[in-house]
Design a protein. Structure first.
Length: 171
């Protein structure tokens, strides 16, 4: 019976380490699954945080744009309006050398680069952009009826009227 007992022990012994190995693998797999779940949870939380940060940044950008527009309306626009009066004076002066016209053109060019636009007076009268200060009668040609004559330039700043054009309408 010694040989039989020895054979049984040999067969029984190798099975125990395989079971221990399976349990070790199950434990390792469970640990990896737990780690993956934690990483997935962390990823989802970070993704949500990034979305919230993105929304916050977008909100701050909108608030900054509103604040910049407000600064433009309260600070820049009045300065430009006052400078336009000076430009009008420069352009109305009779100057043979053309220096006054040149200075006025340079000032306007600076403003144009900053979003200033000239109000068009070649089309029909538009009370949004034009201020009628006089009417004159058309002499002969009916094609002149409704024609605008610009008396003072009007301007838009970033699409908003800051000074309507003063016009004379032919009726």
């Amino acid at each position: 019976m010694d040989k039989l007992d020895a054979a049984e022990q040999t067969v029984a012994h190798p099975l125990e380490p395989v079971t221990d190995r399976n349990e070790g693998l199950h434990t390792a797999i469970a640990g990896v699954e737990q780690e993956v779940a934690q990483l997935k949870d962390l990823f989802v939380r970070r993704l949500l945080e990034d979305r919230q940060k993105g929304q916050l940044i977008e909100s701050l950008n909108q608030q900054l744009k509103v604040a910049n527009d407000l600064v433009e309306q309260r600070v820049v626009e009045p300065i430009i309006q006052e400078m336009l009066v000076a430009v009008d004076r420069l352009t109305s002066v009779e100057d043979e050398s053309g220096h006054h016209q040149s200075v006025a053109a340079e000032i306007l060019e600076v403003f144009y680069r900053r979003g200033l636009e000239h109000v068009d007076t070649t089309g029909d009268f538009n009370p949004q952009f034009h201020h009628a200060v006089a009417q004159i009668s058309a002499d002969k040609a009916e094609s002149q009826v409704g024609r605008l004559t610009e008396l003072r330039s009007g301007y838009l700043l970033n699409g908003r009227v800051i000074r309507p054009a003063l016009v004379q309408i032919t009726v």
